[in-house]
Ligand binder design. Structure first.
Ligand SMILES: [Zn+2]
Length: 189
């Protein structure tokens, strides 16, 4: 589109009428757009934010997170985009990094550890790399679970021995008590 067609550089400001028409059009477009529909955390109802395409999500519900190979990777403006785009992006990233740093600084050591663990586990990468990591994670969990089961609840034999030990200890306690009683009686006489 040329500058002439857009009505720029001609020195003319949009008339009030044109401005209103533009606003009306954009509002109508927004009203007619398909909705995000993700479940809202506040009330569990579907999100009503407009999205560019049916089935997509708004930016609050993951719509801004790229899919596939670009998953969770920083997205830069397209080649030939206006320099202001890059500037805006850099600013937004700086703000995001600063906020993340603030959140990290406010965490307790346990929270920080959990956070780092999550970050190590869920890394951006190609879909196949992520799948591989997921499978490794599942395998590790399985091994841990098996280890736990091996240590697990006592067998019947162990339980019987534990009961026997408890019984003998109780008997020893009784005998000790009787012994002390006998001794105190002895001193009285
Ligand atoms: Zn949404």
């Amino acid at each position: 589109m040329s500058a002439e067609k857009r009505g720029r550089s001609t020195g003319r400001l949009p008339t009030e009428e044109a401005r209103r028409r533009g606003l009306r059009n954009s509002l109508a477009k927004r009203a007619a757009a398909p909705r995000c529909g993700a479940k809202r955390r506040t009330d569990g109802e579907p999100c009503t934010q407009p999205v560019p395409e049916a089935g997509k999500r708004c930016r609050y519900h993951g719509g801004a997170t790229p899919k596939g190979k670009e998953w969770h990777r920083r997205q830069w403006p397209r080649k030939g985009a206006a320099p202001s785009r890059l500037k805006g992006k850099m600013l937004a990233l700086a703000v995001r990094d600063r906020k993340a740093e603030e959140r990290r600084a406010a965490m307790t050591p346990e929270e920080l550890e959990a956070h780092e663990k999550h970050r190590r586990a869920v890394r951006p990468g190609t879909p196949s790399q992520r799948q591989q990591a997921r499978r490794a994670r599942e395998a590790r969990q399985l091994v841990e679970e098996l280890d736990r089961k091996r240590e697990g609840p006592p067998t019947g034999e162990q339980a019987a021995l534990a009961a026997q030990i408890a019984e003998l200890e109780a008997k020893a306690e009784r005998l000790r008590a009787e012994e002390t009683e006998r001794r105190t009686e002895g001193t009285k006489r």
